[in-house]
Design a protein around this ligand. Structure first.
Ligand SMILES: Cc1cc2nc3c(=O)[nH]c(=O)nc-3n(C[C@H](O)[C@H](O)[C@H](O)COP(=O)(O)O)c2cc1C
Length: 358
């Protein structure tokens, strides 16, 4: 199946299905001599791991990563890194009903039309189980970025309920099960999501990812713009239906003077931006400000509420998706968005080194 690789200089390729024996990722282009061990990757996978609260799927996967190649005596060798994660809690029988029926809103119908065959168990290759591989690649990308570039994500909206940005607290993000930066919103979301879960329904969300410490100059005009690559990266995540950079769609409602990020000479003699409507990118190239990306995640399509659909023979029928599903997949999309941001930045950092002399 083509289309399983992402990136240019820092390039990863994922493989595997939701209910196969294992999933994995090959990372090519990682520079040599970086310190890298399984312990560097595992914490990021633990953050995405299912079954950690009642608001995510109860599938229990330890998601233990194994490095199969590309590391010698604790350092990357510059050869392809191969990372593998075993699937241990598949329960394929849960998916009996979707053998012959298509879940509305899921990839079943499209995969069947394209390939004429599909691994229906948990969605096979279209399952977001694959995103664990992206998170593993993202952990390697963070090594390439080093300590001066940080990538952090947060959930800023669940259903119609957005955070109050005046209460934004990065420390709060890991103190609630939603990666929510606003503790008061998190408390309200808990009740709201309990209701959604008990109703056998699901709800969408908005994720924001912010990269700080990004040097000015990353991004290749014109067709490999940094914002273009970020938009593509986020759109490749399962269930993502919209991406914004900086003010995004809200910029359409601004005047030119409101939208322009004015500049002054800063106290240290370096340029100081007075705002960041652009999300840290101008002309497809980073400015040194925070790089800000938001993406909208649709509601989980596998729900307990019966939905009308057709079977493989084209007959009308109904479907109820049992199995174990996240009532809001946006929650676990936060570490996935962070990983994709890290991979795009690592890719452009390496390209910047290749194409410029300063
Ligand atoms: C972290 C994460 C977990 C997901 N878990 C589920 C799930 O349990 N059930 C489901 O129907 N969809 C789930 N999805 C979404 C599907 O994978 C996705 O909707 C499907 O592949 C169809 O692709 P599309 O929505 O991008 O068109 C999840 C998405 C993410 C990001």
């Amino acid at each position: 199946m083509a289309g399983n690789s992402f990136g240019t200089a820092f390039r990863f390729t994922t493989w595997g299905e939701s209910h196969g024996p294992a999933i994995g990722v090959v990372v090519d282009g990682c520079p040599s001599l970086l310190d890298l061990s399984e312990e560097d990757i595992q914490p990021w996978l633990d953050k995405r791991r299912p079954g950690q609260s009642r608001y995510t799927t109860q599938r229990q996967e330890p998601d233990r990563v194994r490095i199969l190649s590309g590391v010698f005596e604790g350092k990357t060798t510059g050869t392809p890194l191969s990372l593998m994660i075993e699937n241990t809690d598949q329960r394929s029988k849960d998916y009996g009903d979707i053998v012959g029926k298509f879940r509305p809103g899921h990839a079943d119908y499209a995969y069947e039309r394209k390939y004429g065959i599909r691994d229906h168990r948990g969605g096979g290759r279209s399952s977001a189980r694959e995103t664990a591989c992206r998170v593993a690649a993202g952990a390697v990308a963070r090594k390439v970025l080093g300590d001066t570039i940080t990538v952090r994500g947060a959930l800023v909206q669940i259903g119609p309920h957005a955070v109050d940005r005046s209460r934004w607290d990065w420390d709060a993000v890991h103190a609630n099960p939603f990666f929510c930066p606003d503790p008061e919103a998190a408390a309200r979301w808990a009740d709201y999501l309990d209701g959604i879960r008990k109703a056998g329904s699901s709800v969408g969300a908005v994720v924001e990812v912010v990269a700080s410490g990004v040097p000015a100059g990353l991004g290749e005009p014109l067709y490999d713009k940094l914002d273009g690559d970020l938009a593509r990266a986020m759109m490749t995540i399962n269930a993502v239906k919209g991406v914004e950079i900086g003010d995004g769609f809200a910029a359409a409602a601004l005047t030119g003077e409101e939208n322009a990020d004015e500049m002054r000479r800063g106290p240290d003699g370096r340029p100081l931006f007075l705002a960041n409507h652009a999300g840290g990118i101008l002309g497809g190239i980073s400015t040194g400000q925070d790089v800000v990306v938001r993406f909208a995640v649709k509601p989980t399509s596998s729900i307990l509420v019966p939905r009308r659909t057709i079977d493989r023979d084209g007959n009308d029928t109904e479907i109820v998706t049992r199995g174990r599903h996240d009532p809001c997949v946006g929650i676990r999309a936060v570490p996935v968005g962070e990983a994709m941001m890290a991979c795009v930045l690592a890719d452009h950092l390496l390209r910047q080194r290749a194409y410029t002399v300063r």
